[in-house]
Design a protein around this ligand. Sequence first.
Ligand code: PGA
Length: 250
Amino acid sequence: MRKPVMAGNWKMNKTRDEALQFIYTINQSLPTSTEVESIIFAPEIFLRCLVKRQGNELKIGAQNIHYADSGEFTGELSPVMAKTTGVTHVLIGHNERRKYANETDESVNLKVQAAFKHDLIPVLCCGETEFEYDNNTTEESLKRQITIALNGVQKSNVENLIIAYEPVWAIGTGKRATSEVANNEAKFIRSIVASLYDVQTSEKVRILYGGSVSTDTVTGYISQSDIDGCLVGKASLDPASFIQLVKACL
Ligand code: PGA
């Protein structure tokens, strides 16, 4: 049995006051973390103050890390620094990072390794572009992304990995993959992990769907055999909505 995960990606939203207000509001209402893992991926500047105030049932994650421990990389957050804030998770290779910060499959691979090296759980994002979707090359693209991202990653680490399947055309667009299509791609991703490692390992990896998930559509995804939760942008910004998304996993 894989424990469900509900993850909110705030992206570049909220003031400090809004972020704190959110945490105070949800702290009392989240189900226990033995039933569902609730994670908020917050902007770097808020990480420490959110970690200090998070309740027992919430985890805080960073939206990105650099792959190097330290060095001449102005404006970057090293995995060592992320770890000292107290976060437990980190998003790796979100499409907006690939699109606006030129992240490649290769840099994603280095970041996945850096996360595990520093005992952070990576939420590895992958997904096909609209062009790939239209040209029926979704699975080729997913296979490439996952295979490169996991190059050199130990099996014992992969068991703790979370993968977010997010079709690029569905992120922030209001368009979304149906739950059946998303489940098929989740199964496909699991089969790639099985071919790289083994079936047992692949059965432990949690796979999330992301892309315009809302409180109305979340249940359809959660009820699928191979989808273990969701990565949610817009609908995670409102505390009541986030609580509803988490409770949908119960
Ligand atoms: P969205 O974002 O839910 O607003 O589409 C999802 C994501 O970027 O992870």
